[in-house]
Write a protein that binds this ligand. Structure first.
Ligand SMILES: Nc1ncnc2c1ncn2[C@@H]1O[C@H](COP(=O)(O)OP(=O)(O)OP(=O)(O)O)[C@@H](O)[C@H]1O
Length: 627
């Protein structure tokens, strides 16, 4: 037996390893299974290129719990190591890797979610074990080696009589890490990190029902056999070519990824690129409602089929983090902080590649089946609108397929809309006015008024609409968005022809003073307008600019500072051509007060602004009037 000292410059690295990232202790299993997988795939490569004549066969990796002796075994049938290789790779390479990693990251470890995902390698075993053994036999014709280290810089190595090729790593689990001897805990970790690793992983056995013979009697009991419990799918959909997969395969893989998700995805995007970076994956568009609450099922990041994280912030553009699926890329640096990640050239390219692929897919869906695209619009619009706001390149592409639905459920692209409305909805200054509503019921009377003029009214109801229209107004020429209830219809799109007022200037002056006596000044600005005599006598409107700024502040970002807290202010538009207004003008002060109050309340009622006590007394007063 040989003994030795691991050559380290840091006095004793083990206490550090044990303490390192307390909450991340569980990663040891992923690291050891990754090593076992690498060793197996290396053997596959050697047999493929004819370097060795050993039989590759169907190797598996086995994870075995020995609760009684407090041990966990990870056994592979890969290339194994000779005694010299153990000394070199485990004592020197692995150790220096761990040492370097800890030196570099021990201070900044808490800075990022990704740090600690990779890099500790073999020595992460010491986070949970006080003693680690490796019994390994190389594929080369040399005796097996047995290495033992008890969590100090001392180790022993001797020959062993293991006959089969491959390595067995034995962890003597610490007393305070005993949860890693529980079948449920190990099962949970295997399905979290190793669900799609490329070599089959065996963990215990399971019962499987044998198919009955075709001529078996109805009541014959099904026979069970005991088979290996393979916990992973070594060939997940994203590792295949899109041509090998049917629609059903993509849906099946979605269910495999998110077994708790009942809803089917709307469509998928298969990512597959190997230059200038390597990336594969499948993204899914889920059904999204307007309500952007925290979602459980997120995009998962893998490296060579090993799960890394489901926090893809900085790698996937923010607006696409609402999607689901898998991204697998060995080119994403992991042991770095988020800010470094965002500045990394490869990551930037990956992010813009993903954006482009998503835009291309949407474009082709739009081109190939417009009707279906329209049906899905409501579920996907949040992502697209958010993308248009946050990424200029995406805006340029999406401008061709983003849809603007009308209140009557006709869907226009921007260009189609412009073509449709430019003649009728251009005002006297040559500006094209796009009318929209945010709620069909609440703004019903305004929508109707606009329709009688032959105007199109869009229905824009996503939470980010105020930001989006702000963006559209600045990127298109000479247009403005105006909500239907922000002014009287004649003022929404101002044309040359002006209605003539029935009232003289003096009468108007008096009318204004009469109204201002009754109507609270801090809430309403009285605005006299000569309108059609069949239009309503009083209308309450809220100026577009003011409302939009407030909304933008409420949904975060943009808007004008302080606007979010401004009190609600409305315009009270008085139709000077309406007969009721003439009656008000000619009534005595008492009757006038009553009429103004009653008609103001009616106008408020139609805007859903009359509530509580005021509504109760309005109803009572109205009954009194007609009894
Ligand atoms: N099961 C195994 N079979 C054969 N060789 C192994 C096995 N486990 C580890 N090794 C050898 O020990 C080396 C060091 O392993 P370690 O996990 O510390 O680092 P790594 O795998 O090279 O990198 P990483 O930091 O990504 O884990 C490996 O490169 C490999 O040569």
């Amino acid at each position: 037996m040989a003994t030795g000292k691991i050559n380290v410059s840091v006095e004793n690295i083990f206490p550090l390893i044990k303490k390192f990232l307390y909450s991340d202790h569980e990663i040891f299993l992923r690291e050891l299974i990754s090593n076992a997988t690498d060793a197996t795939l290396k053997l596959k490569h050697l047999t493929n290129i004819g370097e060795t004549d050993v039989e590759y066969g169907n190797p598996t990796i086995e994870v075995k719990i020995d609760k009684e002796n407090q041990k966990l075994h990870i056994i592979d049938q890969g290339i194994g190591m000779t005694k010299e290789e153990v000394e070199k790779y485990i004592n020197q390479v692995a150790f220096s890797g761990a040492e370097e990693f800890l030196e570099q990251y021990k201070d900044s470890a808490k800075d990022s979610g990704i740090i600690g995902h990779f890099g500790l390698g073999f020595y992460s075993a010491f986070m949970v074990a006080n003693k680690v053994e490796i019994i390994t036999k190389s594929y080369k014709d040399e005796p097996a080696a047995h290495w033992i280290c008890e969590g100090t810089t001392d180790f022993t190595i001797e020959e062993a009589d293991k006959k089969e090729r491959g390595s067995e790593v034995i962890l003597h689990i610490n007393d305070d890490e005993k949860e890693f001897l529980e079948e449920s805990k190990i099962g949970e970790l295997l399905s979290k990190y190793n669900k799609f690793m490329p070599v089959p992983i065996k963990f215990g056995t399971k019962e499987k029902e044998l198919p009955k013979a075709e001529d078996a009697p109805e009541d014959e009991e099904a026979k069970n056999v005991t088979v290996d419990n393979i916990i992973n799918n070594p060939d997940p959909a994203w590792t295949k070519q899109p041509t090998e997969l049917e629609e059903e395969d993509y849906k099946g893989f979605y269910r495999e990824l998110y077994p708790m998700q009942m809803e089917e995805p709307l469509f998928h995007i298969h990512l597959n690129v190997d230059y200038p970076f390597n990336l594969t994956g499948i993204l899914y568009f889920p059904k999204l409602s307007n309500n952007m609450t925290m979602q459980q099922d997120k995009i998962q990041l893998y490296q060579n089929q090993v799960f890394v994280t489901d926090n893809v912030e900085g790698i996937v553009p923010e607006f696409l983090t609402m999607l689901r699926g898998v991204i697998d890329s060995p080119d994403i640096p992991l042991n770095v902080s988020r800010s470094y990640l965002q500045a990394d050239g490869a990551v930037k390219k990956i992010s813009s590649y993903i954006t482009r692929k998503v835009a291309d897919k949407l474009k082709s869906l739009f081109n190939e089946n417009r009707e279906d695209f329209e049906k899905k619009w409501n579920d996907i619009k949040v992502v697209i609108e958010y993308g248009m706001l946050s990424e200029d390149k995406f805006f340029d592409k999406a401008d061709k397929f983003a849809l603007y639905p009308t209140v009557d459920e006709n869907y226009f692209t921007y260009d189609e809309l412009q073509e449709k409305i430019k003649d009728n909805q251009t005002d006297k200054d040559g500006k094209m006015v796009i009318l929209y509503a945010s709620n069909k019921d609440e703004q019903h009377s305004y929508i109707e008024a606009a329709k009688t003029k032959g105007y199109e009214v869009l229905l824009l109801d996503s939470p980010i609409v105020p930001h989006l229209i702000q963006k559209l107004e600045s990127s298109k020429e000479n247009i403005s968005f105006v909500r239907v209830d922000s002014d009287h219809i004649n003022n929404l799109i101002k044309k040359e022809e002006e209605e003539v007022s029935k009232l003289s200037e003096e009468e108007k002056e008096k009318l204004k003073t009469d109204f201002e006596k009754v109507v609270p000044k801090e809430k309403y600005t009285v605005q006299l307008e000569a309108m059609d005599s069949s239009a309503a006598p009083l209308i309450i409107t809220q100026p577009e600019f003011m409302r939009r700024m407030k909304e933008m502040q409420q949904t975060g970002g943009g808007g004008m500072f302080g606007m979010g807290n401004m009190p609600e202010m409305y315009n009270l538009v008085v139709n000077t051509n309406h007969s009721l207004i003439s009656t008000i003008l000619s009534s005595d002060e008492e009757a006038q007060g009553k009429l103004i109050k009653q008609s103001l309340d009616l106008a408020r009622l139609s805007q859903n602004l009359l509530k509580g006590e005021e509504l109760t007394s309005f109803v009572k007063r109205s009954f009194d009037m007609i009894k």
